[in-house]
Every structure is written in C-alpha cells, then in structure tokens.
Design a protein around this ligand. Sequence first.
Ligand SMILES: Cc1ncc(C[n+]2csc(CCOP(=O)(O)OP(=O)(O)O)c2C)c(N)n1
Length: 302
Amino acid sequence: MGVLLWRGFDFDSVMAQCFGNYEDDCTKGKQMPVHFGSRKYHFHTISSPLATQIPQAAGVGFALKRDPARRGRNCAVVYFGEGAASEGDFHAGMLLASTVPSPTLFIARNNGFAISTPSSEQYHGDGIAARGPGYGMHTIRVDGNDVLAVLGAVREGRRLCIEEGRGVLIEAMTYRVGHHSTSDDSFAYRPRQEVEDRKRIDNPISRFRLFLESRGWWSAEDEERYKEQVKKQIMQAFKRGENLPRHELKEMFTDVYSGEEPWTITEQREELRTLLQKYGKSWEPWRSELKKYKGEGSEFMS
Ligand SMILES: Cc1ncc(C[n+]2csc(CCOP(=O)(O)OP(=O)(O)O)c2C)c(N)n1
C-alpha cells in the first residue's frame, strides 16, 4: 500500500476498495479488502494466492521490453515475502526473467515470518538473495530497516534492470512487528519481548525518525501533529467510504474473465435474476441488503 500512496492513491480510493463501494473502479467490489489495484498508478491488483504475481511480473517486464516506446525506460517491479519465495512460481518467474531476459525488479521482503512459520523453516541456505546468482541475476541484500539503504538499493537495482534489460533481485531483511492479520495472535509463536525490542531498537520507522530528529528535521511535536492530522483524514475517508453505495449488482458478473462470457457466468446471472424476481421485494434480509447497491438491484427485478 505504501507504493500506491506514494504514487498518489488517496485515502478515499483506499476506503473504496476496502468497502467495495462504487468508487472502487479497479476491482469493483469483487476483491478481498486491501487487495488494491490501480490502472492510473500502473499497479496490478494484489492477489491472494501467494507468488502468482512473480511470473506475471516477469511477463510484464518482457512486454515492456518488446514495446519500442518503453524499452530501456521502464521495468516491472514485484513484491513478495520470503514465504512466497518457497512457491514454485518464484522460480518460474526468476527463470523467465533471467533467460528471456526481462527487466523485472524482484523485491523480497524477508520479515522473518510467513504467518506463524519462521524463516528458519523456509530455507536451509542463505535466505532468498543466495538464489539470485544461481539464476545469473544481479542481487542485492539490504538492511530493510534502513530506509535510505533501501532507497539506494532499489535505485541501483532499477538502474541495472533498465540499462541491462534483465532481472534484478533485492532481498530486504526486516522483522514483522505486527501480527500477520487481525485473525493472528503472534504471541502464540514468538515472545512478546522480542517484538517490543524490535519495535524500539531495530524498526525502520523508529530508526528513520531518530535520524530525522538527530538532524533537527523532525520533533516529537511534529510527530504528534502529523499523526493527529492523518488520523483525521483517515477517519473522514472511512466514514465517507462506508456510506457510499456499492456498484450495481450486475457488476458482480462483469470483468470476471476477458473475452467471451463463459456459460457458467451467464447461468449464475440468470439464477440470481430468478431469485431476485421471486424474493427481492418481499424477503426482508434481501430487501435491506439490496439497498446497499446502486440501483438497489432494479436491473434484475424490472
Ligand atoms: C498459495 C497460498 N498458500 C497459502 C496462503 C495463505 N497465506 C496467506 S499469507 C501467508 C504467509 C505469507 O508469508 P510471506 O510470503 O513471508 O509474506 P508476509 O505475509 O510475511 O509479508 C500464507 C501462508 C495463500 N494465500 N496462498
């Protein structure tokens, strides 16, 4: 999400995707929350199945290289965790990018955990970076908790990627201080003290903040003021996004596949039409549910 925010994706767009309201123009309410995507900011929709994005990115890099207007100017970039790097798709993408070759920047965030699986159970070699030379790929391992070091590594990786027209692997070493998700209690598999220590001592946000403070460019007051301001903006966007209607119900069936619509989708749409015509106006759970959609499902009931 940081990449998207940096490119200009605003809080209203974040909320639109999370609530699946009609402003979510990329996934139109069909994706899980936080699976952002943006045509405007050239950001492919995040997908739940781990690592599928890796060979896709290698393909995008190849497409960029085949386009005379973009060759030598653009590259594809893909992000994944050390857990995802255990999937076959990681190797498929790396092989494709190194042999074709395709200008793709592979950024592995090694945060020590894949939900509850520690990285020590993920590989027996030297992490993800050690795999790069095996594919003949330029590889950089960087302290992922050092913001400026990451900036430098990514700049250099991007330069190599574009100038040489081939893949580059970056492994950013870090530590996940939060739980994996709201349904995860990470203190069940790691000591609370370890997390508290990391938060205080070796954390990209606290380290960068200390750096800025040491230069006199930031202070505790700036921090408080900024947090307050951003919190307000987020809550405003939250309330707005929560109250906007969802896309029209018919959008559920669009953009699922490209090209000709498969018969399964046509059949499901007709099944919904039959059910809505029968129960849509009379069965209470559906009556109030339909109010959440633009047009209240009228396209199926007239
Ligand atoms: C193919 C597949 N297997 C399992 C999962 C369930 N799952 C979701 S996130 C996750 C851990 C991912 O860990 P990692 O790649 O290290 O990324 P992190 O979440 O730590 O950033 C797992 C196992 C999934 N989404 N897809």
